[in-house]
Design a protein around this ligand. Structure first.
Ligand SMILES: [Mg+2]
Length: 267
């Protein structure tokens, strides 16, 4: 507004509005999103054990991880879908083993993948800091969403198997939505489902770029759960914790009206 041209009455009205503005304060926290694999569930340990049990040796995990990362990147880029990613990843992995003289059974990629998933389910374990953190968040009255880049209903089965389904108001699965973290659409779709502004939400995950930086750039509080992967260059505005036991204190410091017993937020 060009103040010099405003009439005395208009000037008084502007001053009055400024005088009665609400002071700035941190937003309420209405939603906490959590990644699943390697955030809630020790997925790397389970994957490592399952692969070793399947192929009879433990030194091929880094190859499996590299092949997986390459194929997931193609899903995130929209080049292939999750179903073909699983098939192609296993085909590629088995072909790589063959080049070093390892012919493992089963050779059919679909059967191999099915057996691997059965073994994975046997080895899934929660990290020790998960249940106390989820219980605190539930008591604090925030809504909870699990937000994963994995595919399919097995993610829900995983949460149910480990007794976590009761905590979550919503489960967002990239393979079902057709979009994956760090795309802001993934984070915004969860906020829309819950009915909150991105500024009223935080997302916590073990991958710095996919989880924490992606969430931060989408307007949520981005929290990197560094379970010992560091060191890394963390952009300004992205929070870092080393265990979920540190999450309550971080949220209380950065958001208003969270962790106040008996003062639940509107649901
Ligand atoms: Mg993860």
């Amino acid at each position: 507004m060009d103040f010099a041209l405003a009439s005395p009455t208009e000037q008084q009205a502007v001053v009055s509005r400024l005088d009665h503005r609400e002071p700035w304060g941190p937003p309420n926290l209405r939603l906490v999103c959590l990644d699943i694999d390697d955030t809630l569930i020790d997925f790397t340990a389970a994957g490592r054990h399952a692969l070793a049990a399947l192929i009879g040796r433990a030194d091929m995990w880094s190859l499996w991880e590299r092949v997986t990362e390459e194929h997931v990147a193609r899903v995130v880029a929209g080049e292939i879908d999750y179903a073909s990613m699983h098939r192609r990843r296993t085909q590629y992995f088995l072909a790589e083993l063959a080049t070093i003289g390892m012919l493992v059974e089963p050779r059919d990629p679909a059967v191999f993948e099915q057996r691997r998933k059965e073994l994975l389910r046997r080895y899934w374990r929660l990290f020790d800091d998960v249940v106390p953190c989820l219980e605190w968040l539930a008591a604090a009255g925030v809504r909870l969403a699990a937000v994963t880049n994995a595919s399919g209903a097995h993610q829900r089965a995983k949460l149910a198997d480990l007794g976590l389904a009761r905590f979550f108001d919503h489960v967002a699965i990239a393979g079902e939505l057709g979009v994956a973290k760090p795309d802001p659409v993934m984070f915004h779709s969860v906020c829309l489902t819950i009915g909150c502004d991105p500024a009223e939400a935080a997302h916590v995950g073990d991958k710095l770029d996919t989880d924490a930086v992606g969430a931060h750039q989408a307007g949520l509080g981005g929290v990197w759960l560094d379970r010992g992967r560091g060191p890394a260059t963390v952009p300004d505005g992205v929070y870092v914790i080393n265990t979920l036991a540190e999450l309550p204190e971080l949220l209380v410091c950065e958001f208003a009206r969270v962790g106040v017993p008996g003062v639940p937020l509107p649901r």
